[in-house]
Design a protein around this ligand. Sequence first.
Ligand code: PMP
Length: 399
Amino acid sequence: MDLFDKVKTYSRAKDILRNSVFPFHPTIEENNGPLVKMDGKTVVMAGSSDYHGFSQNNRVKEAAIQALSKYGIGNNGSRLHNGTLDLHLELEEKLAKFLGKEAVITFNTGYQTNQGAIVPLIGKNDVIFSDRDNHNSIVQAALISRGTFLNKDQIIRYRHNDMNHLDQCLKKAPDDHGKLIVSDGVFSMSGTVVDLPNMVESARKTNAKIMLDDAHGIGVIGNNGAGTASYYGLDNEVDIIVGTLSKGFGSFGGFIAGSKELIHYLTYTSSAYIFSASLPSANVAAAMTALDILLEEPERIDKIQALTQTLRDGLRSLGYNVPDGVVPIIPIILGDDMQVFKTWGELMEHGVYTNVAVSPAVPEGQQMIRIRLMSTHEEEHIDQILNAFSNIKNQVLVY
Ligand code: PMP
């Protein structure tokens, strides 16, 4: 058997290309905020995690340029060696203050951050309780721990956002094992917010720690955008907050917020932190300026909420089945790969870019078009999105 047999016979992408519109890797040639030129066509961007458009913000770009001129392109070393800039420390301090935590440690991607948190914390006498719909980076981080230390009974995947099930699982775990509950704060595909109050209750009864990956909550919900814990007024109940700089802050990178003791431990035990060159200055400066702007202009959060509600109402009046929500993510579940690809293509034809989500990003049956808004969208963009959905309504959709 040749190792590369699987490479030669891999056909999923080619099958899609042959049978339908191909929704992956459209290429951006120009980016003008909510409008992008993609594969030669200008479309409304309705599928970006740049929730406040900071990646295109002039003040943010200027801060990145200044930092790049001062410090250079890369830092060419780990944070532990020659890779720590004063800018990293400044950003970490600002984020900690923003989230009401004692300390913060930054990582190079949000994806890597989940490994950075989970792998050093989970040893052979511990159990992870992970929501079945958690982001892939959490699933993979747990698997790395398992590969290193754990057997399969030490990764418990409880039913999605089902706190009764979590409670039952927690009660079954051995008392002498450390327990970590891990969940998305806001689930990236559906936009559902975790049931934190009930999670906290179960965790406290069983001495479990809570870790939230709040990639989609920070910058969007809670006090000034401080995320899911703040949204529920449970800031002190979440032991570990994981965030990304690539969404609400428009930059790139990730971070963990927690107690001083926890962050000190991770600083010296987290392979994802120790064995990787540090976050480039331009990204750090950009994230810091984005946070400053967010705090100066909290009305951005109200705007994005209002725009999303207008879009939800509009889609419903067109007959689409749209769940309630508090974040700028709107899932339209079609439940079939080909329907999703075709619908995506029709929306592009009508000048709107959305995301497609098929397995393994979502379970079979939940295949969807995912819309995401930014506070830089205006009413006219919402109208354009609604027009596109109105035009395609009778052509491709199954409800
Ligand atoms: N966690 C969640 C919940 C996410 O949605 C994402 C991004 N899709 C990540 C982590 C990874 O973040 P990044 O893209 O910044 O690496």
